[in-house]
Structure formats: C-alpha cells, structure tokens
Design a protein around this ligand. Sequence first.
Ligand code: ADP
Ligand code: MG
Length: 341
Amino acid sequence: MENLGLIHELSVELSNQIAAGEVIERPASVVKELVENAIDAHATQILITVKESGMKSIEINDNGDGIEADDVEIAFQPHTTSKISTEHDLFNVLTLGFRGEALASIASVSKLTIVTSTDGKSAIQAKFSGNTLVDKKTFARSKGTTVTVEDLFFNTPARLKYVKSLHTELNKIVDIVDRLAMGHPEISVRLIHDGKDIVWTSGNDNLQQTMAGIYGRTIASHMFEFENSDEDYAIKGYFSKPDTTRSNRSYISLILNGRYIRNYQLTNAVIRGYGSKLMVGRFPIAIIDIKLDPTLVDINVHPTKQEVRLTNEGHIADMISEGIKNKIANQNLIPDAVKNL
Ligand code: ADP
Ligand code: MG
C-alpha cells in the first residue's frame, strides 16, 4: 500500500550523522574511539599522529588483529560489531567497544582511509567520504590497522563551528590519550602532534612507568602506592603527596576494568582520603585502577561509555579513601621545618 503519511525512515547517511552527533563531538572523540578499537584488537603498540589538533588529520596505527577483507565494509555499517552477540554479552562486556557505532559515525563526518591486514601478507585499503565507499584495493602492510581521518566535520558545518581553539582541542586529545594509556600500561602508546612527541609510554605493564611517560619521571617517582581489595573488588592506586597538587580535579583518573571513567563520588573519595592534608582549592594527581566482575557494572548508560552505573558505589568509594588515608597515615609526612621545632 502506498504510504500517504509523513513518517519515513531516515537515510543511512543521515542516521549515521545523528549517531555521530552523540559520540563524535570533537577531534578527541575520534582519537578515543579509534584508540579503543586498537586496544580491543590486542595491539601492543599504538601510534597516534595528529596534525593541527586533529582538524587536519588524525592517524591511528596499531599492530593488532586487523580486519578480514570481507568484513571491512561491514565494519563501517551502523551497529556492526565483532564484540558482543547476545544479551548475556551485553552485561559481561570486557572490551572497550560494543556499540558498533564508531567507525560508521566517524566515516559519516570525515574523509576516512583504512588499511588493515590480519596476517601481514595481504592488506586492504578502503576509502570513505561521508560514509560512501569511494575506493577499495589490495595493499601491503604489516599485521594491524591504520585509520586516517581527514577533514573532520567537512559536511557538518554546525559541528565545525562548535570546535574550540586548536589549543583546547589538542589539550582534549592529550587528556584522553593520557587516560587510555594509563588504563593499559601493557600497551606502548605514542602521540605525535605536528611532528612533536607529546606522550610516549613504555608498554612494559608497569603503571608507575606509564605515569612517568605522562606526568614526567619526577612526579611519577614521588607517588604513593596503595592497594585495597576484597572478594569483589581489587583496587590499586598511585597518588601524589599532599604537597604535589593541581588546581583542578582533572588529574584524578579512574580506570575501571581498563576503561577510563568519570565518576563524581569516586573522584571525591580520592580527595576525602587526604583528609585535611590538602590545601583548600588544591587537588592531587592520582590514578585509581579498579578491577571488578563485569556484572557489577553497567557500562551501557551513555554513548561515550565514560559514565557507568556501579553496584555498591559507596563501598568502592570507601575502599579508595580508606586505602589512601591509611597509606598517608603510615608515612612520615611531617614537614622537616615542623619536625625541627
Ligand atoms: P565497536 O568497537 O563498538 O565494535 P566500531 O564501529 O568501533 O564498533 O568497530 C566495528 C568493528 O570493526 C569492531 O567490532 C572490530 O571488529 C572492527 N575494528 C575496528 N577497528 C579495528 C582495529 N583497529 N583493529 C581490528 N578491528 C577493528
Ligand atoms: Mg569501537
């Protein structure tokens, strides 16, 4: 029957752009999604090369599993993933991705090239422009994947206008790379911006050394370490001495099963652990690594997966602040000047 109504299905291009509106806000979102894909693909080395704060180009090169030639085009369709299949999987997610939206979304708002190989012998190169496959051919490269994103938001002028100064956008990129790298000390993560090395972590599975690649050796070597675990939660953290602080709380990173998350209560728990030892308006540098059974967390709350719903959030918060408090109490923190009185 002919449809005389006004309601019709959106085109694939348009629905991808709408989805992109949720997850691809700025260049840093592209970096986040593509690095997460590289991590999920078991890469041990990830090289991120960014030009003009990502507005000119963003390239993520990994030595992970690669994508089968037959899967390349499918991977760029909306809601296509290799990571979950059943409802049970959705509540047991151990990968960073599972929504199957990132590649389709990014391709819909940029000019994207992917080169990928699963065996290091044959590779496929595919080029997309605003979601349309414009070229596909065989190529040569080692095992892994390189995704290059150019002219981000070239077809979405409103989003382009929303992008802030190049300085701000670069800071957002560095921030997300820092946290992804700290979530995965077993991976060497390198960020080069306009030819300059910004972040380079060792990948030797040592969180403190990973921090050195991010905050510098001096700060990393002066961190305290704590562990606090029970049958459900294993929490480990590094935190700065009360006299090494910053003017905002963004230097407190929370990693949950390898995923960087934002959580007000847990961030506050870190600060609470210092008691009265922090000066007013000053905040510590800290990384809190939380491992728990995936059924105790719902990560399907927000498209960017940075906000999660935790069973027993208050209990985890207490474990963090107790861990920090006890460690500080056990250190001799009385400044020399006071000791000599
Ligand atoms: P999701 O990560 O949620 O599965 P994406 O759109 O980000 O969705 O990616 C779609 C699929 O493409 C992934 O499930 C994965 O199979 C494949 N893929 C994407 N990036 C890579 C990569 N760097 N290496 C290997 N496979 C990848
Ligand atoms: Mg993904």
